[in-house]
Design a protein around this ligand. Structure first.
Ligand SMILES: Cc1ncc(C[n+]2csc(CCOP(=O)(O)OP(=O)(O)O)c2C)c(N)n1
Length: 691
């Protein structure tokens, strides 16, 4: 507070305001006719500028980071985004923070000597739990890895008053306060979420008052248009988080314009209210304040003129920037060997090699569960940046027992229980990964990942959205499918849906679905040493049963993704399958020895097209078997590929056997009625062989 350079504060506030006005007056649709020079989405930060600039000034630690949102441009301009980049972002040009891939105000920016702007996303509320992840990483790197330069850093999660109703806000609040992480919840309260008043987002519309009694949470509140009060409160809040832990600051600000350009506020605000908001404009208040504190009126005016001149230059430069190269539109969905990302193994970790040796054949025979635990244990030992967490993974060792003993061996900082919130588990993982750690979360059952769908989507797309400036390799383990107990098969609508196809539809993820011990070890290790996020699916019926048992393949064994295994050789029919269905197919094919070639895909993304096509070209017939539902299951993708690329080799229609299009039933007779039974598979094999 004492060292605050008010001239610089004024310059940044004016830059943000003038930039909005330049866009509103000249660059939005209707004012600008050239689509290349048009700013198609304009989000004014009018009214929010002062608090954001003051926050940016307070974040003076090199490892501070902020989970920004679409109205955070004044903050971005203060931590180093140039006006040229901001304008180029609105015009979707190359050289802007997302290289034209994302909406112009959806920012990401590795540190330029100031705070890092964590990759923001369009889904309101999704910024909170990744910010908690960064806060968690600060503590881990400072205390466990003893990296002194991380001491005293903080994370800030920025949002509006409506964002406090989002799942992600509560997920992060519980993460941060239960662990007292150095995270500042930063709520710019302009009273509205688009048109919905704050009173409909939480009682009486005051999140600060409502959380006054929340444990481990210090509350700060101020009039965000009053320079002295705001500067003091923000300074206090940041200092508190650095020294003591979690806090929430509510900054009351006006929103001078509509939610986006062109939105008429008069549908939900009275003329009187709009006028009052303009009277409380923080730019007017700031001018008054600096003039009272020594700045001359001419100095202010010349600041305005110099900002305007700077923006004119920036506009010419932005207009001259090229469009992104269309041939690169899908580049960086996955790691392509280009190393420059913040976060991610290659820049941050002592990178562990993915080896290509053969599996040891003389290892102890082991079930899949023990082998997964052993692999996690080995990698935890090899990589001090790896963290394992989820519900019940600590002292209990996981409800499936895959982490038994690991907390005892590696300590609570590396293997820990989380609050019951999957959005929080995945969002925290994302923030940890950006901060250079290797998160390995467990989702207790596949279906329970559904509340984390926004984070899963955003994890997959960060590298692409940031044009390779941020990466987040991590491995999420999800058990799924029906299971076997002493009394027989058991399934239900909650613990058993597989739905792996959903993840094949999410760009940026790799998806493994091993069917045995050796494959599970090899694929898990490759994932843990790889550069892309991976969903590792563990079939419950294979974890602790005989069919999947194999010799342990060794502590360095890695298996490449996208390489199918030939389970049986045959000349007349290709059967493509994965997971537990491998064993059903084996059983069904017993009768047709030498005639049926079974391929176990092992990974769904990428999947081994070459092996499938080569086999179909040999046999001339194909079927796909999976436990996921029939309609829009991954079989459809494989069949379409075969139909296109092996059309002339086909001697029969391509078939599929899959679970009936229904939820998974509890009663065993009902369960067996919907699953792809051995009998159904055999009948289709028979039909195709005789075709
Ligand atoms: C999950 C989700 N739901 C809805 C939207 C559409 N949307 C975008 S901004 C917004 C209002 C958010 O208001 P607030 O958090 O108060 O921030 P402000 O815009 O007022 O700064 C809504 C509903 C969205 N982007 N994401």
């Amino acid at each position: 507070m004492h060292n605050l350079d008010w001239r610089s504060v004024a310059r940044h506030v004016l830059l943000a305001r003038e930039l909005d006005q330049l866009e509103e007056r000249e660059l939005v649709a209707g004012k600008m006719n050239d689509p290349r020079k048009m700013v198609k989405y304009q989000f004014s930060a009018g009214g929010h500028e002062l608090v954001q600039v003051l926050l940016a000034c307070a974040l003076d630690h090199p490892h501070d980071a902020a989970g920004v949102y679409y109205r955070s441009r004044p903050f971005m301009l203060t931590i180093g985004l140039t006006a040229r980049e901001a304008l180029a972002a609105g015009m979707a040009r190359a050289g802007s923070p997302s290289e034209g891939r994302d909406v112009g105000v959806v920012f990401n920016m590795p540190s330029r000597g100031r705070a890092t702007a964590l990759p923001s996303a369009g889904d309101v509320g999704s910024q909170f739990s990744p910010s908690a992840g960064w806060a968690h990483a600060i503590r881990y790197r400072a205390r466990v890895l003893q990296e002194r330069e991380w001491e005293g850093a903080i994370a800030v999660a920025m949002g509006g008053d409506a964002s406090v109703a989002a799942n992600g806000f509560w997920a992060a609040l519980n993460i941060a306060t239960t662990q007292n992480l150095p995270l500042l919840f930063w709520i710019e309260d302009n009273g509205y979420g688009i048109s919905v008043p704050a009173q409909l987002q939480n009682p009486n519309g005051n999140i600060a008052a409502n959380l006054a009694a929340y444990g481990n949470l210090k509350i700060f509140e101020c009039d965000g248009t009053n320079p002295r009060e705001a500067a003091q409160t923000i300074d206090d809040a940041v200092r508190h988080v650095r020294a003591h832990g979690t806090a929430l600051a509510r900054l009351r600000v006006p929103r001078l314009q509509g939610h986006t350009y062109g939105e008429d506020q008069r549908a939900y605000k009275s003329e009187g209210q709009i006028a009052r908001e303009f009277e409380s404009d923080p730019v007017l208040r700031l001018r008054e304040f600096v003039l009272q504190n020594g700045m001359r009126a001419e100095e202010w005016d010349s600041l305005v003129s110099s900002v305007r001149a700077e923006l004119r230059d920036a506009l010419s430069e932005a207009e001259a920037m090229p469009d992104p190269d269309a041939s690169q539109a899908t580049r960086f969905v996955y790691f392509d060997g280009t190393v420059n990302a913040q976060g991610g193994l290659r820049t941050e970790h002592a990178h562990l090699a993915i080896t290509h040796g053969a599996a040891q054949r003389d290892g102890t025979r082991m079930n899949m569960l023990d082998a997964i635990r052993k692999t996690l244990e080995h990698e935890l030992r090899a990589n001090p940046r790896m963290l394992l967490f989820g519900e019940d993974v600590g002292p209990r060792g996981g409800v499936h027992r895959a982490t038994v003993g690991l907390q005892k061996e590696f300590g609570e900082a590396r293997v820990f229980d989380t609050s019951l919130n999957e959005e929080g588990i995945m969002g925290r993982a994302l923030g940890l990964a950006w901060a250079g750690l290797l998160p390995v979360p467990e989702i207790q059952f596949r279906k329970y990942a559904d509340p984390a769908q926004n984070q899963l989507d955003d994890i997959g797309t960060t590298r692409w959205r940031s044009a390779n400036k941020f990466a987040n390799p991590l491995v999420v383990r999800m058990p799924l499918g029906f299971t076997f107990k002493q009394f027989g098969a058991l399934g239900d609508p909650w613990h058993s849906p597989t739905a792996e196809v959903m993840y094949a539809h999410m760009p940026g993820w790799r998806v493994a679905f091993p069917s045995n011990t050796a494959d599970a070890v090899g694929l898990l290790r490759t994932a843990l040493r790889g550069d892309d996020p991976t969903i590792f699916l563990e079939h419950r019926a294979l974890l602790d049963t005989n069919p999947a048992r194999r010799p342990y393949p060794g502590d360095e064994f890695c298996l490449p993704f996208g390489t199918a295994a030939q389970v049986t050789a045959g000349d007349e029919l290709t059967v493509v399958t994965w997971g537990e269905c491998v064993y059903r197919c084996l059983d069904a094919a017993r009768k047709f020895e030498g005639r049926v070639e079974i391929l176990d895909l092992r990974t769904i993304v990428p999947w081994d097209k070459e092996a499938v096509l080569a086999s179909v070209k040999k046999t001339g017939k194909a079927m796909v078997v999976h436990e996921d539902l029939y309609t829009a299951g991954f079989a459809g993708e494989i069949i379409a590929t075969i139909a296109r690329d092996a059309f002339l080799d086909l001697d029969a229609p391509i078939e599929r056997v899959a679970t009936a299009d229904a939820p998974i039933p509890f009663n065993v007779e009902l369960l067996n009625a919907v699953l792809p039974s051995v009998e159904k598979i055999r009948a289709v094999m028979e039909r195709l062989l005789g075709y």
